[in-house]
Design a protein around this ligand. Sequence first.
Ligand code: CTP
Ligand code: CA
Length: 225
Amino acid sequence: CASLFNSRLLDGIHLTITAGPTREAIDPVRYISNHSSGKMGYALASAAADAGARVSLISGPTNLACPERVKRIDVVSASDMHDAAMAEMGQCQVFIACAAVADYRPANCAEQKIKKTDDSMRIELVRNPDIVSAVASHPQRPFTVGFAAETQDLLRYAKDKLERKNLDMIVANDVANTSIGFNANDNAVTVLWPTGNQTIAQMGKRQLAAQLITLIAQRFLSAEN
Ligand code: CTP
Ligand code: CA
C-alpha cells in the first residue's frame, strides 16, 4: 500500500504476528484443524512491513507465499506456535494474534496409524495454551492485539476477550457471514480498545490490513508517549 509505505509509521518497530490455522496430530497421518487460510495475518504482515516494521510472522500451515521483507517462522501445532511466540516476545514491541489456534489437541498422538475397529471411536482432547493471553500477561508484555472470531453476540464476546485476555486492542470478526472472515477474500471488522472502538466496512483483506495496521500503529504510538 503506497500511503502506508510513505508513512513509515512503524519504522524500526519489531512486530510479531501469528497467522493461519494450527494442526493437532491424532496419529502420524491425521490431524484436527480449522478453515483459516492465513490471508488476514499475511496481509497484516505485509502492511506492517510496508509501514517500516521489522516483522516476524509465526505461521501455521498455509498455501501462502511469505510477504517480502517478512521473516516467517513455520509451526504446525498450537504448542509449537506458543513456543515460537514466547521466543519472539523478548524482542517485539507489538504482538498481533491473528492465528486460528486450535483450542484443544488430542491428549495422545498415536505412534502408528490408528486402525478402524469399532463402529464409533472417541478421541480425548485437552486444552491448548492460550498464546495471546500468555504474551499479554508477561511482565515485559508488548502492545498486544487479539482477534475475536464469533458466529453470534460478536461485540459482547469481543469485549469480554479484550478484558479477560488483558489485550490493548481486539479486532472483532463476524465469521457467521461467509462473505467475510475465515476463508474469504473480504473482511469487515469492529476494533475495540478499553476506551473506544472503530468499525471498518467490508473491503479486501489487503486494504483492510493497511487500515488495521494504521489504527494499531496510532494506538501503539500514543500508548508509548
Ligand atoms: N488465541 C491464542 N491462543 C489460543 C486461542 C486463541 O492466542 N489457544 C488467540 C487468537 O489468535 C485470537 C484470540 O485469542 O487473537 C481469540 O481467539 P478466539 O478463538 O476467538 O477465542 P478463545 O479464547 O479461543 O475463545 P472461544 O474459541 O471459546 O470463543
Ligand atoms: Ca478459540
